[in-house]
Design a protein around this ligand. Structure first.
Ligand code: FE
Ligand code: FE
Ligand code: ZN
Length: 278
């Protein structure tokens, strides 16, 4: 059975997310750990976590993905910006231990004209600062579209960051199909080649999650604008091939497609489950 879900609002807590997931036939979900633009996180309610565990078990939810605020920049030019990113990561990771063994995804950052190499060093140093041997959460670096001075648009950049991190066992990668398409990786015409390249440079064993999105822009556009599945330049067939690929189908898939209501996700989940023979 596919592990598939979508990005959900965390405003009402964990139990509410498990129920939202159930309502759209999802068995995983993603959410922001706090306001995506930063700011203080709500304290975690142990009663909500306990209720979540019951609801999650009923729905067959064993995995979820927390997403860091996308405004954080551990590769920032100012120390204040880097410190804020590291402090927020550390706080999020401490909170994640309320739900042990899950995953936490972040955007590597932007080098803001300091150069890719400096950016890579800064991101690795932030990870070395916040990762703890005893943590149970796996931290995922997200593949990016390579917009502006964004780091992570090339597999080599993610590999270089991971190489410099001491506690590698706590690290993985989240592959965003819209982002890598916009970054120039042709998953529509050459999925095998892209996966081979990923395997050689990063290692498929490091791939822990997929953000499943279509793209509003053509291959290599470096734009990062998500489209609904089948309504963008990647297309339904190519994205269905990602979901059913033997090297990928065991992974959790997260839709980050633009929909105003959960119905849009329910339809995408049903369509993708259908091509997977469910
Ligand atoms: Fe993201
Ligand atoms: Fe994403
Ligand atoms: Zn994106």
């Amino acid at each position: 059975m596919l592990t598939i879900g979508c990005h959900l609002s965390s405003a009402k807590g964990y139990e509410a997310m498990a129920k939202d997931a159930a309502s759209i036939n999802a068995n995983t979900f993603q959410f922001f750990t706090r306001n995506p633009r930063g700011g203080k996180a709500k304290p975690i309610d142990p009663d909500d976590v306990a209720a979540f565990e019951v609801a999650a078990q009923q729905q067959g939810i064993t995995r979820f993905l927390a997403h860091a605020p996308y405004t954080l920049n551990p590769a920032g030019a100012e120390e204040r910006v880097r410190e804020f990113a590291a402090m927020t990561f550390a706080d999020d990771l401490a909170r994640m231990e309320a739900t042990p063994g899950q995953m936490y995804n972040f955007h590597p950052g932007s080098h803001v004209k300091q150069g890719v190499d400096v950016g890579i060093e800064l991101i690795a140093s932030a990870l070395n600062q916040v990762l703890k041997p005893e943590q149970t959460t796996t931290v995922l670096l997200e593949t990016m579209a390579g917009k502006g001075t964004e780091i992570g648009g090339r597999f080599e950049e993610l590999a270089a960051i991971m190489d410099r991190v001491e506690l590698k066992d706590h690290l993985g990668v989240c592959l965003d199909t819209c982002h890598i398409w916009d970054g120039g990786y042709d998953i529509a015409q050459n999925l095998e080649g892209v996966l081979e390249e990923f395997d050689q440079i990063i290692g498929l064993d490091r791939l822990k999650a997929i953000h499943l999105n279509d793209s509003k822009n053509p291959l290599g556009a470096h734009k990062d604008r998500h489209a609904a599945i089948g309504e963008g330049c990647i297309g339904f067939e190519a994205l269905a091939s990602v979901v059913t690929h033997p090297a990928l189908r065991h992974l959790p898939f997260f839709l980050e497609t633009p929909h105003d209501t959960l119905d849009g996700y329910a339809k995408e989940i049903a369509d993708l489950r259908a091509v997977a023979g469910e």
